[in-house]
Design a protein around this ligand. Sequence first.
Ligand code: PMP
Length: 286
Amino acid sequence: MTRTVYLNGDYLPETEAKVSIFDRGFLMADGVYEVTSVLGGKLVDFAGHVKRLQRSLDELEIRNPLTEAEWLEVHRQLVARNGIDEGMVYLQVTRGNPGDRDFAFPPEDTPPTVVLFTQAKAGLADNPAAKTGWRVISVPDIRWGRRDIKTVQLLYPSMGKMMAKKAGVDDAWFTEDGFVTEGTSNNAYIVKGNRIITRALSNDILHGITRAAVLRFAREAQMEVEERSFTIDEAKQADEAFITSASAFVMPVVQVDGAALGTGKPGHVATRLREIYLEEMRKAAV
Ligand code: PMP
């Protein structure tokens, strides 16, 4: 099936959407992205994603080429044109095509490149992995120092995912100075009793949109939330663990570096938070 994608103002068949070899995204990973889930044909936490997009663009001094209403319209058009019921909308904005390669940023009037496409993922909400949970390994976090900006420099996260695959597990948790930062493409949590522990926000991790919603729901459900760093050893002693991301929602983690957590099955906190998240987000989807 040929998807309809969006490129710089046009809706095109995916085979006809072309970007210059001089694009800063291609040559220098000079761009940012967002991924918004679609449930029941509607966008999950769209407001959160466009707000973070603005922040990422501001931090890199890239002009936001569309208004919030325009972003929403493009997302909705792509969902409708591609008949997406469950899946994702990927969006990327780069510093554009200066017509040559140069380390200096191009003139400010260089138009950013805007690309959006959909990915159909039947069974996103009803993911069987949520019933068995993920196994993770730890790997050193050697990414750059501004992980709070959602850039397209995803080489090391991609390598981390491959290290996990080679180890026969589902994902990798990055560690720095002895503490877990986050997963390759998700935020990481452990649970001790009724207390959820996750690293505090800083430049060291991406400020997950799902993280913000899940912590809000956890507090509303009278769970305790402690925003602080934790080690792999502490994770191994935890009752349960989980990760959050826009496409995995809340995913239980049942094993860390070969050590089974609690019963070795998805814990009740992660399972309950996944239910609450999906229920509330379906209600609020636009
Ligand atoms: N951390 C990293 C490194 C990520 O790539 C992602 C997902 N893009 C997340 C956390 C989770 O963020 P969100 O909940 O906004 O998808």
